[in-house]
Design a protein around this ligand. Structure first.
Ligand code: DGP
Length: 226
């Protein structure tokens, strides 16, 4: 197990993957483990709001409590329809509204563990009929660049067997397969693909080691932009 050295800024670490690949569970466990090791870390979830570790237990599906997050929540829960381009821009706006807070935390030396980011924005919208990946990328250009993206890889058919799959908009196996293919086209040098078809604890140990390595090596690197 590596030891984490103090660094001047926090690392921006994103977990991505298809629905029910285990991202939220792993993000929470990572933040808890880092905080227990006296390493400053906060959990962010998109779509949604930032939350501190002591809010983690009370946080549940549907608690998307920025004004924009609430609109997205209504859309995902099928309470309201929003035109596909418009909802794409709303998901992006939800990331932009939290950018100032994220930057302040990073500059203050707090590591951010982020459940989904701009890559989900592109992968999900581009899975819809008639959307072009380059168009989908435009609204997120200029957001903080993650220092590392861990992509939890899970076969969509395995994900479909996990609890509650099918409740929200987008939770259909054929749609998730297209999302999965889009994710394949988004990978860059910041990405690491992690096999998510293992136990929660095994995956946690794997991710914690990788996350600590990123934090250890962050140094004074300037925060990049997408
Ligand atoms: P989650 O709370 O992580 O299960 O995400 C809710 C759903 O929203 C999930 O099906 C993925 C989808 N989603 C997340 N981010 C975006 C985005 O930026 N754009 C679109 N179109 N969908 C997204």
């Amino acid at each position: 197990m590596s030891t984490v050295l103090s660094s001047s800024r926090g690392a921006l670490i994103v977990l991505e993957g298809c629905d029910h690949s285990g991202k939220t569970t792993q993000c929470k466990k990572l933040v808890s483990a880092l905080n227990e090791a006296s390493i400053k870390a906060e959990f962010y979830r998109f779509p949604g709001k930032y939350i501190y570790i002591n809010d983690l237990d009370s946080y549940h599906r549907g608690t998307r409590t920025t004004a924009i997050g609430e609109m997205i929540s209504g859309y995902l829960g099928r309470q309201q329809d929003i035109e596909d381009h418009a909802v794409h821009l709303l998901f992006s706006a939800n990331r932009w509204e939290l950018k100032p807070k994220m930057l302040r935390s990073l500059e203050d030396g707090t590591n951010l563990i982020v459940d989904r980011y701009a890559y989900s924005g592109v992968a999900f919208t581009a899975a819809k009929e008639g959307f072009d990946i380059d168009w989908c990328k435009q609204p997120d250009i200029g957001l903080p660049q993650p220092d590392a993206v861990f992509y939890l890889h899970l076969n969509p058919e395995v994900a479909a067997k996990r609890a509650t799959f099918g409740g929200e908009r987008y939770e259909q196996t054929d749609f998730q397969s297209r999302v999965s293919k889009n994710f394949d086209n988004l990978q860059d040098s910041h990405w690491t693909i992690v096999d998510a078809d293992k136990t929660v604890e095994e995956l946690h140990e794997d991710l914690l080691e990788r996350v600590k390595d990123v934090i250890n090596n962050i140094g004074n690197k300037p925060i990049g932009k997408l």
